[in-house]
Design a protein around this ligand. Structure first.
Ligand code: ADP
Ligand code: MG
Length: 161
Protein backbone atom coordinates (compact mmCIF):
# COMPACT_ATOMS: atom_id res chain seq x y z
CA UNK A 1 0.00 0.00 0.00
CA UNK A 2 1.11 3.62 -0.58
CA UNK A 3 2.45 6.04 2.01
CA UNK A 4 1.50 7.36 4.41
CA UNK A 5 0.64 4.38 6.56
CA UNK A 6 -1.45 5.12 9.62
CA UNK A 7 -1.99 3.23 12.82
CA UNK A 8 -3.19 4.04 16.30
CA UNK A 9 -3.78 2.49 19.68
CA UNK A 10 -2.87 2.51 23.33
CA UNK A 11 0.78 2.15 24.30
CA UNK A 12 1.25 -1.33 25.77
CA UNK A 13 4.08 -3.05 27.59
CA UNK A 14 6.75 -4.59 25.40
CA UNK A 15 9.04 -7.46 26.21
CA UNK A 16 11.30 -5.61 28.57
CA UNK A 17 14.26 -6.27 26.34
CA UNK A 18 15.98 -3.38 27.99
CA UNK A 19 15.62 -0.82 25.24
CA UNK A 20 15.29 1.83 27.92
CA UNK A 21 18.62 0.77 29.41
CA UNK A 22 20.19 1.28 25.98
CA UNK A 23 18.79 4.81 25.98
CA UNK A 24 16.36 3.85 23.24
CA UNK A 25 12.96 3.18 24.83
CA UNK A 26 10.34 1.92 22.36
CA UNK A 27 6.64 2.47 22.88
CA UNK A 28 4.86 -0.69 21.75
CA UNK A 29 1.52 -0.56 19.93
CA UNK A 30 -0.92 -3.40 19.21
CA UNK A 31 -0.99 -4.13 15.47
CA UNK A 32 -4.54 -5.55 15.20
CA UNK A 33 -6.03 -2.41 13.66
CA UNK A 34 -3.35 -1.98 11.01
CA UNK A 35 -4.05 -4.59 8.31
CA UNK A 36 -1.48 -3.05 5.95
CA UNK A 37 1.24 -4.16 8.31
CA UNK A 38 1.15 -7.72 6.95
CA UNK A 39 2.15 -6.46 3.51
CA UNK A 40 5.16 -4.26 4.19
CA UNK A 41 8.81 -5.23 4.58
CA UNK A 42 10.23 -5.66 8.06
CA UNK A 43 12.55 -2.86 8.96
CA UNK A 44 12.95 0.67 10.21
CA UNK A 45 10.50 3.42 9.25
CA UNK A 46 10.16 7.11 10.10
CA UNK A 47 7.28 9.52 10.60
CA UNK A 48 5.28 11.45 13.18
CA UNK A 49 3.61 10.37 16.39
CA UNK A 50 0.87 12.22 18.24
CA UNK A 51 0.29 11.41 21.89
CA UNK A 52 -2.76 12.05 24.05
CA UNK A 53 -0.97 12.59 27.34
CA UNK A 54 -2.83 12.76 30.66
CA UNK A 55 -3.47 16.25 32.07
CA UNK A 56 -0.74 15.94 34.69
CA UNK A 57 1.96 14.66 32.34
CA UNK A 58 5.01 16.98 32.30
CA UNK A 59 5.48 16.68 28.52
CA UNK A 60 1.95 17.71 27.67
CA UNK A 61 1.74 20.97 25.72
CA UNK A 62 0.20 23.95 27.56
CA UNK A 63 -3.57 23.66 27.67
CA UNK A 64 -4.25 27.24 26.59
CA UNK A 65 -2.26 26.80 23.39
CA UNK A 66 -4.81 25.18 21.11
CA UNK A 67 -2.32 24.94 18.25
CA UNK A 68 0.15 22.87 20.20
CA UNK A 69 -0.70 19.24 19.54
CA UNK A 70 1.75 16.84 21.15
CA UNK A 71 3.27 15.69 17.84
CA UNK A 72 6.79 14.29 17.82
CA UNK A 73 9.21 12.96 15.21
CA UNK A 74 9.68 9.22 15.52
CA UNK A 75 11.59 6.25 14.18
CA UNK A 76 9.99 2.81 14.41
CA UNK A 77 10.64 -0.81 13.79
CA UNK A 78 8.16 -3.20 12.23
CA UNK A 79 9.17 -6.80 12.48
CA UNK A 80 8.28 -10.35 13.40
CA UNK A 81 7.93 -10.90 17.08
CA UNK A 82 10.23 -13.76 18.09
CA UNK A 83 8.04 -14.38 21.13
CA UNK A 84 5.20 -15.59 18.91
CA UNK A 85 7.43 -17.82 16.81
CA UNK A 86 7.73 -15.32 13.97
CA UNK A 87 4.07 -15.35 12.97
CA UNK A 88 3.00 -12.04 14.45
CA UNK A 89 4.21 -8.57 13.59
CA UNK A 90 5.22 -6.10 16.23
CA UNK A 91 5.47 -2.34 16.04
CA UNK A 92 7.69 -0.29 18.34
CA UNK A 93 8.18 3.44 18.23
CA UNK A 94 11.13 5.44 19.51
CA UNK A 95 10.04 9.05 19.85
CA UNK A 96 12.75 11.63 19.23
CA UNK A 97 12.01 13.55 22.40
CA UNK A 98 13.33 13.26 25.90
CA UNK A 99 10.35 12.49 28.15
CA UNK A 100 10.27 13.33 31.83
CA UNK A 101 7.90 10.42 32.49
CA UNK A 102 6.57 7.21 30.90
CA UNK A 103 3.30 7.26 28.98
CA UNK A 104 1.96 3.70 29.05
CA UNK A 105 -1.79 3.59 28.18
CA UNK A 106 -1.65 6.90 26.31
CA UNK A 107 -3.37 6.89 22.93
CA UNK A 108 -0.81 7.21 20.14
CA UNK A 109 -1.41 7.94 16.46
CA UNK A 110 1.26 7.31 13.83
CA UNK A 111 1.76 8.85 10.42
CA UNK A 112 4.42 6.73 8.74
CA UNK A 113 6.11 8.49 5.84
CA UNK A 114 9.08 6.44 4.73
CA UNK A 115 11.35 3.42 4.98
CA UNK A 116 14.92 3.71 6.23
CA UNK A 117 16.34 0.20 6.05
CA UNK A 118 15.73 -3.51 6.46
CA UNK A 119 16.16 -5.44 9.68
CA UNK A 120 19.66 -6.58 10.49
CA UNK A 121 21.42 -8.95 12.86
CA UNK A 122 24.21 -7.63 15.01
CA UNK A 123 27.34 -9.17 16.52
CA UNK A 124 27.70 -6.46 19.10
CA UNK A 125 25.51 -4.14 21.10
CA UNK A 126 27.75 -1.24 20.07
CA UNK A 127 27.06 -1.88 16.37
CA UNK A 128 23.32 -2.06 17.05
CA UNK A 129 23.28 1.17 19.00
CA UNK A 130 25.39 2.90 16.35
CA UNK A 131 22.90 1.95 13.63
CA UNK A 132 19.92 3.05 15.71
CA UNK A 133 21.54 6.41 16.37
CA UNK A 134 22.12 6.79 12.65
CA UNK A 135 18.45 5.86 11.97
CA UNK A 136 17.40 8.61 14.40
CA UNK A 137 19.58 11.11 12.50
CA UNK A 138 18.08 10.05 9.16
CA UNK A 139 14.56 10.35 10.56
CA UNK A 140 15.19 13.73 12.14
CA UNK A 141 16.78 15.17 8.98
CA UNK A 142 14.08 13.73 6.70
CA UNK A 143 11.26 15.07 8.85
CA UNK A 144 12.78 18.57 8.78
CA UNK A 145 12.28 18.70 5.01
CA UNK A 146 9.25 20.74 4.08
CA UNK A 147 7.56 17.94 2.11
CA UNK A 148 7.56 15.69 5.18
CA UNK A 149 6.68 18.28 7.80
CA UNK A 150 3.32 17.37 9.33
CA UNK A 151 2.38 21.06 9.58
CA UNK A 152 3.58 21.91 6.05
CA UNK A 153 3.83 19.36 3.26
CA UNK A 154 1.68 16.84 5.12
CA UNK A 155 -0.97 19.23 6.33
CA UNK A 156 -3.87 17.13 5.00
CA UNK A 157 -2.57 13.95 6.58
CA UNK A 158 -2.06 15.86 9.82
CA UNK A 159 -5.83 15.97 10.34
CA UNK A 160 -5.33 12.36 11.35
CA UNK A 161 -3.78 13.57 14.60
P1 ADP B 1 8.72 -1.92 27.04
O1 ADP B 1 9.40 -3.23 26.89
O2 ADP B 1 7.59 -1.95 28.05
O3 ADP B 1 8.27 -1.36 25.73
P2 ADP B 1 10.89 0.01 26.96
O4 ADP B 1 12.19 -0.13 27.67
O5 ADP B 1 10.91 -0.21 25.47
O6 ADP B 1 9.83 -0.93 27.67
O7 ADP B 1 10.32 1.46 27.30
C1 ADP B 1 9.15 1.90 26.62
C2 ADP B 1 8.35 2.92 27.40
O8 ADP B 1 9.17 4.03 27.76
C3 ADP B 1 7.23 3.50 26.57
O9 ADP B 1 6.04 2.71 26.65
C4 ADP B 1 7.03 4.90 27.15
O10 ADP B 1 6.06 4.86 28.19
C5 ADP B 1 8.41 5.22 27.74
N1 ADP B 1 9.20 6.20 26.96
C6 ADP B 1 9.91 7.22 27.52
N2 ADP B 1 10.55 7.95 26.60
C7 ADP B 1 10.26 7.38 25.38
C8 ADP B 1 10.63 7.72 24.03
N3 ADP B 1 11.42 8.76 23.75
N4 ADP B 1 10.13 6.93 23.03
C9 ADP B 1 9.34 5.88 23.32
N5 ADP B 1 8.96 5.52 24.57
C10 ADP B 1 9.40 6.27 25.61
MG1 MG C 1 9.48 -1.26 23.99
Amino acid sequence: PPYPYKMEGKVISGFGRGSKELGIPTANLPVDNAPWIANVPSGIYFGWASLALPADHPDRPPQDDSSSLAVFPMVMSIGYNPFYKNTVRSAEVHILHSFARDFYDAHMRLLILGFIREEKDYDSLEALIQDINFDCEVARKSLEREAWRWDKGRKEDAEWF
